[in-house]
Design a protein around this ligand. Structure first.
Ligand SMILES: Cc1cc2nc3c(=O)[nH]c(=O)nc-3n(C[C@H](O)[C@H](O)[C@H](O)COP(=O)(O)OP(=O)(O)OC[C@H]3O[C@@H](n4cnc5c(N)ncnc54)[C@H](O)[C@@H]3O)c2cc1C
Length: 548
């Protein structure tokens, strides 16, 4: 029996109000102060702050409640149980796989724990182009500090794993800076299975931080419950229709209705705009679901002389922003370099290749290193992102065309990564492209990559960073929501998740989602209760606070 304490099991034993799935029947109706759709990065932060303000909140999460006792470092379990569409979500033309969480904690339960503040040049762009003066670097600093304190975000002090060392070694050889990443972990065992759910509760995801705090303060969590439709009456939401679902997403019982004073949508980019589209909410400037960004991500795998065992150790520890900083934000597309965990299922399905190529890859697996290049979309007219559409059953799909502008970035990112891998001593390198080969030298690879056709499908591109679709802006002409998260046309509705970003950010998004949600939820708590709440203050029940 494991000696690792499972905070979810303990909370359930303490009497947390968790309903749905195996936790018991859902109510036929429910009334509360605020209902929050989702339980991921934006929802978790919002739940803790609103619960601290003494509000009666309900959290509606489509996915299951899984916890450290369930996380067994097995890919076969994790993708099916914890990810949107069982890990199989793709863009409309099937050209890009899109990874998003679908479980309590949302994508934070499965993310790789890299934590970056929003780059200053992105915030400046938001201030200049979208009038978001609240989002300037100075204005955002206290929000980043508050979140960092709450989620134990600090520099990764342990040696990077062998995969991250390839990036650092190769980059430094070429005179490129490759600093250490900050991570939201506490007592990390350096196992490397962040993407499969943290079995030791070290990752400070929403699953083990804010959601438990909200539940301890009396919140109700409904799992395996899909928010189906917001009902609009005049310029107000009058109710939220919810649908119990089985683990596979199919209907599991009759729909029921939640009524609240205020409604917060935080289902993540793609699902949040979809809920609002299904509900027929006003969209006078045709912005809803548009400008959805992915950080389209390309990869390159290298066979190193030394064992890499890239499935072990913190998957993200080193990065390089060299190729973001050396070009203007709105010029040729820039890219951030990082590493990806080398888990067999993930790597073999996402890096392309078939038949003999895959067999050869499997043989060299323990020596394989994977670098990734994340393209910064959203700042150039030719990187306008994708559009969320509804399928006939009301579920969403993202139409995100891959054009020549992005593919030029893909080629340049491949060149950069391959050069770094050879500089780090690689025996052979293969960019993730269906017509690429194993190249034995930088010179050979460079010639080949310059001659390869860069087109959708044959250029392997994916994403784990979905952003935008409900942009915030200072005017309704530019945004779906106001700078404080409030919907421009609907009085008691806010959006608090990654969908509010007006562009991608050019860094892994979780800390930006947390900080923006903290800013928005603190303001919402003040508007609804007159109370000042903070993430880094103790969670005192409102009744105790007012008695003191
Ligand atoms: C594999 C992976 C690795 C990543 N690594 C990193 C990293 O290292 N660093 C980093 O900064 N970022 C990383 N990210 C991205 C980061 O986790 C996300 O950007 C962030 O969590 C998004 O927050 P969100 O609130 O917008 O949505 P999410 O955290 O995705 O939460 C949305 C939640 O809403 C639920 N939901 C959706 N629709 C409905 C509905 N209709 N009814 C009820 N519930 C609904 C979903 O099931 C989900 O649980 C990673 C993501 C993935 C998938």
């Amino acid at each position: 029996m494991s000696s690792i304490v499972d905070p979810i099991k303990e909370g359930l034993a303490r009497g947390w109000k968790v309903l749905g799935g195996k936790h018991g029947p859902l109510p036929t109706s429910l009334d509360c102060d605020v209902v929050i759709v989702g339980s991921g990065a934006g929802a978790g932060i919002t739940a803790e702050l609103l619960a601290k303000a003494g509000l009666k909140i309900a959290i509606v999460e489509e996915g299951p409640l899984k916890s450290s006792s369930d996380f067994r470092q097995l890919e076969a379990d994790a993708y099916a149980q914890l990810y949107q569409e069982g890990g199989g979500r793709k863009t409309a033309d099937q050209a890009m796989p899109v990874l998003q969480g679908r479980c309590v904690g949302g994508s934070t339960t499965v993310n790789w724990a890299g934590a970056f503040r929003t780059p200053e040049e992105t915030l400046n762009y938001w201030v200049d182009i979208y009038g978001l003066k609240e989002c300037g670097a100075e204005a955002m600093k206290p929000w980043f500090e508050q979140v960092e304190a709450r989620l134990n975000i600090s520099e990764w002090l342990t040696d990077p794993n062998a995969n991250n060392s390839v990036l650092r070694r190769g980059a430094l050889k070429l005179g490129i800076k490759a600093p250490t990443i900050h991570r939201n972990v506490k007592g990390c065992w350096n196992l490397g299975s962040c993407g499969l759910g943290c079995p030791t509760n070290a990752k400070q995801s929403m699953l083990v931080t804010t959601i438990p705090t909200a539940l301890d303060l009396g919140a109700t969590l409904m799992v395996q419950t899909r928010a189906d439709k917001l009902e609009l009456k005049g310029n107000q939401i009058s109710g939220l229709l919810c649908q119990p679902v089985h683990a596979d997403g199919s209907h599991a019982g009759p729909a029921f209705r939640i009524t609240a004073k205020h409604y917060v949508v935080a289902g993540g980019a793609i699902n949040s705009p979809a809920l609002m589209m299904r509900s027929g909410l006003p969209n006078p400037n045709d912005l809803l679901g548009r400008r959805t960004f992915l950080h389209p991500t390309v990869a390159s795998s290298a066979v190193m002389p030394e064992p890499v065992q890239g499935w072990a150790g913190a998957p993200l520890a080193v990065f390089s922003d060299h190729f973001l900083r050396t070009q203007p934000i709105d010029g040729a597309i820039g890219y951030k370099l990082e590493t990806a965990p080398v888990h067999p299922g993930f790597a073999m399905t996402n890096l392309g290749g078939m038949g003999r190529t895959l067999v050869d890859k499997a043989k060299t697996f323990p020596h394989t290193s994977i670098l990734i290049g994340l393209l910064r979309d959203g700042f150039h007219p030719e990187a306008g992102g994708g559009v969320v559409e509804l399928k006939s059953d009301g579920s969403p799909v993202l139409d995100y065309p891959i054009n020549g502008y992005l593919l030029d970035g893909a080629r340049r990112a491949h060149l950069s990564m391959v050069e770094i891998q050879f500089a780090a001593g690689a025996k052979s390198v293969r960019p993730a492209h269906e017509q690429a080969q194993d190249y034995q030298s930088w010179h050979q690879a460079r010639e080949a990559i310059l001659a390869l056709p860069y087109e959708p499908y044959i250029t392997t591109i994916g994403s784990a960073h979905v952003m935008g679709g409900c942009a915030m802006a200072a005017t309704p002409a530019q945004g779906v929501v106001q700078p404080d998260g409030q919907h421009w046309q609907v009085a008691n509705l806010s959006v608090h998740d990654g969908s509010v970003f007006p562009t991608s950010i050019g860094a892994n998004p979780q800390l930006t989602v947390y900080a923006q949600a903290a800013r928005m939820a603190t303001g919402l708590a003040k508007r609804l209760t007159e109370r000042d709440v903070r993430l880094d203050s103790p969670a005192v029940p409102a009744s105790a606070a007012s008695a003191a």
